[in-house]
Write a protein that binds this ligand. Structure first.
Ligand SMILES: NC(=O)c1ccc[n+]([C@@H]2O[C@H](COP(=O)([O-])OP(=O)(O)OC[C@H]3O[C@@H](n4cnc5c(N)ncnc54)[C@H](O)[C@@H]3O)[C@@H](O)[C@H]2O)c1
Length: 339
């Protein structure tokens, strides 16, 4: 039985507490937040839960084996570093930290301390994303030519990070997971309409060595909640709409082909293929529960998580490149592959 502490009990932290508590091989012993109202709320939900507003309490508590961080990103690095130095396994919500340098330091420290370091890339644990990876791995779509991803809604506005750092970690972690490779370059354009200096609408393009591109649109300034991804392969196309309750994935047997050779312009015509659309059955399970279970399993077995610190670093490397590109009005920023 592993004892867990959760720091940060705002919007997301309570979901971590609920999911860890639903697993048979751990219990959430301690919750930490600087806001007494959040701690009071946690105690209303879980009467037996110890609470503290002092982060040092969880570092000094020998009963705690592992800590999950669900605070704003500006606290991730300092907190994770202290937790690892205190000899506790560490789970950090996305994005892992504020820079690649910080991520590198945490990865090295976790290795040195022989501790599990995992990042909350929740979507790669969703049944839909797993299904998409399966479909792509089986070459059902053919070689992926482009991916288009939109994550739009009204709010929630952040004041310390822009919309790329808030929303795009989801899209980027899904894209890296499905394609299994890093892009070679990143372009990003955006605008700050509401809070000065904090972009609330962005458009990022990831370019891959084989010519594929992925376009990621992120917005806090949209009338509708949109969670849409399109995967266009040479053979088929797939649409993933995460807002749908049941039919989240649709596969379209559609493609366009150019004739291999032609002699006159009159002979030239594209060949459009319009086939069936099918919608695979997907058994839904809460992704966060799977993610929490994987954290516990990695602690027990020493196995590497599918969203390890190294995966967290890759996502932050792309976010960092996007930030640099934003400053250069969308110019391409090259990605140097980590480790
Ligand atoms: N995986 C996901 O799908 C998902 C979804 C939402 C948020 N998140 C991530 O979770 C993290 C938290 O996001 P949120 O939306 O819950 O933020 P939030 O602002 O709602 O909550 C953060 C909480 O941390 C507390 N806090 C701040 N500084 C603290 C400190 N020094 N010590 C202890 N507590 C402190 C605040 O009082 C607040 O209650 C972010 O990294 C975010 O990106 C992940």
């Amino acid at each position: 039985m592993l004892n867990i502490a959760v720091v940060g009990c705002g919007y997301w932290g309570p979901n971590l507490i609920r999911n860890f508590n639903s697993l048979s091989d751990c219990q959430v012993k301690l919750a930490c937040d600087t806001d007494p109202a959040r701690l009071a709320h946690m105690n209303e939900l879980y009467a037996a839960l110890d609470t503290t507003y002092d982060f040092n309490d969880l570092l000094e508590n020998d009963e705690i084996d592992a800590v999950a961080i669900a605070t704003p990103v500006r606290f991730h690095f300092e907190m994770a570093k202290k937790i690892l130095l205190a000899g506790k396994h560490t789970f950090i919500e996305k994005p892992m930290a504020g820079s690649t340098k910080e991520c590198e330091e945490l990865i090295t420290l976790a290795q040195k301390q022989n501790l599990t370091l995992m990042v909350g890339h929740t979507f790669i644990y969703s049944s839909s994303v797993r299904k998409i990876k399966d479909i792509v791995n089986h070459d059902d779509l053919g070689e992926i030519q482009y991916i288009s991803s939109q994550r739009l809604n009204l709010g929630l506005f952040q004041t310390d990070i822009n919309v790329v750092w808030d929303l795009a970690p989801h899209d980027v972690s899904i894209i890296l997971y499905v394609l299994g490779k890093m892009p070679t370059g990143v372009n990003c354009q955006g605008k700050a309409h509401i809070t000065e200096g904090i972009e609330d609408v962005t458009n990022m393009t990831l370019s891959f060595a084989n010519g594929a591109i992925a376009m990621v649109q992120s917005s806090w300034l949209d009338p509708n909640k949109i969670r849409n991804m399109t995967f266009v392969g040479k053979k088929r196309m797939l649409i993933y709409d995460d807002t749908q309750p049941l039919e989240k994935i649709k596969i379209y047997d559609k493609r366009v082909e150019v004739p291999p050779h032609y002699d006159t312009f009159a002979e030239f015509h594209y060949s459009y293929h319009y086939g069936d659309m099918y919608c695979p059955y997907i058994k839904q399970e809460e992704p966060l529960k799977r993610e929490c279970q994987e954290f516990l399993d990695c602690i027990k077995t020493g196995a590497k998580s599918q969203s390890s610190g190294v995966e967290g670093l890759k996502v932050v490397q792309i976010l960092e490149a996007a930030t640099e590109s934003l400053k250069k009005s969308g110019a391409e920023v090259e990605i140097f592959l980590p480790r």
